[in-house]
Ligand binder design. Structure first.
Ligand code: ATP
Length: 256
C-alpha cells in the first residue's frame, strides 16, 4: 500500500496564536488513522487545512502525489476528500434519503436544459442517485428510515446520516471529526463496526479525530498524537498508549 495523503510541514497561526507548527503526516491507502491530543492541540485546524476550509500559512498537502495545497474545497471534494464536522451538520428538514442524495449530486452531469426538458439523461441520473443513496442507507442500517425527516432520528442515527452523506460523494479519503462525540456506549459500538464496514466495502482510507480511546484503540492501525500544534509522536495504538510522553500530555495514568 502506498501513501495516499501526505502533509508536509504545515504551519497555521491565528492572530499570533500558533495552531499548527510544522505538522508532517503520511496516511497509507486503506488505513484507518486516528489523531488524538488534548483540547487546543490543533487537530481540527489540521482537518480544516487539509480539506481546504482554511489556507495554511506554510507547507504542502499532497493527495495521491498531486499537490493540492492551493486547491479550493470543491476541487478537493472532486479529487476524493470528504469530511464530517465536530458539530452535527445535516439538513434537518430534509428526509434521510435526500440528505444522502445531496452528497451524490456531485456526480450529476445534467445541466439546466436537461432539467427544463426533463431529459432522459436527467431521469437516468436521478434514478441512479436514488438507487445509490438507498444502497448506502442499507450499508448504514438506515434503510427503514429513508423517508423520515432527519430531525426525527436519534442523535446516533443523525451522525450516521452525516457520514453516509460524506460517503455518497465517493471519497478516497474520509475525514471524521470526533464521530463518537455525544454518542452513548451502544451507539459508539455500532459506529465502531460501521467504520470498519465502510472502510472495507467502500475501499476507503479514513482519518479520524477522536477522544474515545477505546474506539481509537480498536479501529486505528496508526495513531498520531498532537500537542500544542505539533506531532508529539505516532505509532501503533499500543505504542502510543504506552508512551510516557503521551500519558503525561494527554492520556493520564488511568488508561494504561
Ligand atoms: P478540540 O479537541 O478542543 O477540538 P483541537 O485540537 O481540534 O481542539 P483546534 O480547534 O484546532 O484544536 O485549535 C487549535 C488552536 O487554534 C487553539 O488555541 C484555538 O483556540 C485556535 N484556533 C482555532 N481556530 C481558530 C480561529 N478560527 N481563530 C482563532 N483561533 C483559532
Amino acid at each position: 500500500m502506498g501513501v495516499i495523503l501526505k502533509v508536509d510541514s504545515i504551519h497555521k497561526s491565528f492572530m499570533g496564536i500558533r495552531a499548527l507548527n510544522g505538522v508532517d503526516l503520511e496516511v497509507e491507502e486503506g488505513q484507518i488513522l486516528g489523531i488524538i491530543g488534548p483540547n487546543g492541540a490543533g487537530k481540527t485546524t489540521l482537518f480544516n487545512v487539509i480539506t481546504g476550509l482554511i489556507r495554511q500559512d506554510l507547507g504542502h498537502i499532497y493527495l495521491e502525489g498531486k499537490d493540492i495545497s492551493r486547491a479550493p474545497i470543491y476541487s478537493r471534494v472532486r479529487l476524493g476528500m470528504a469530511r464530517t464536522f465536530q458539530n452535527l451538520t445535516i439538513f434537518r428538514d430534509m428526509s434521510v434519503l435526500e440528505n444522502v442524495m445531496s452528497g451524490g449530486h456531485l456526480h450529476i452531469n445534467s445541466g439546466l436544459l436537461d432539467c427544463i426538458l426533463d431529459s432522459r439523461k436527467k431521469r437516468q441520473e436521478e434514478s441512479r442517485l436514488v438507487l445509490d443513496a438507498r444502497a448506502l442507507l442499507r450499508l448504514f442500517g438506515l434503510e427503514d428510515k429513508a423517508d423520515q425527516e432527519a430531525i426525527n432520528l436519534s442523535y446516533g442515527e443523525q451522525r450516521k446520516v452525516e457520514i453516509a452523506r460524506a460517503v455518497a460523494t465517493r471519497p478516497k479519503v474520509l475525514f471524521l471529526d470526533e464521530p463518537a462525540s455525544g454518542m452513548n456506549p451502544r451507539e459508539t459500538e455500532e459506529l465502531d463496526s460501521l467504520i470498519k464496514r465502510i472502510r472495507k466495502d467502500m475501499h476507503l482510507t479514513i482519518v479520524l479525530i477522536e477522544h474515545d480511546m477505546n474506539l481509537v484503540m480498536d479501529i486505528c492501525e496508526k495513531v498520531v498524537v498532537m500537542f500544542e500544534g505539533s506531532v508529539l509522536t505516532s505509532g501503533s495504538p499500543l505504542e502510543v498508549r504506552n508512551d510516557q510522553r503521551v500519558i503525561d500530555a494527554y492520556l493520564g495514568e488511568d488508561i494504561v
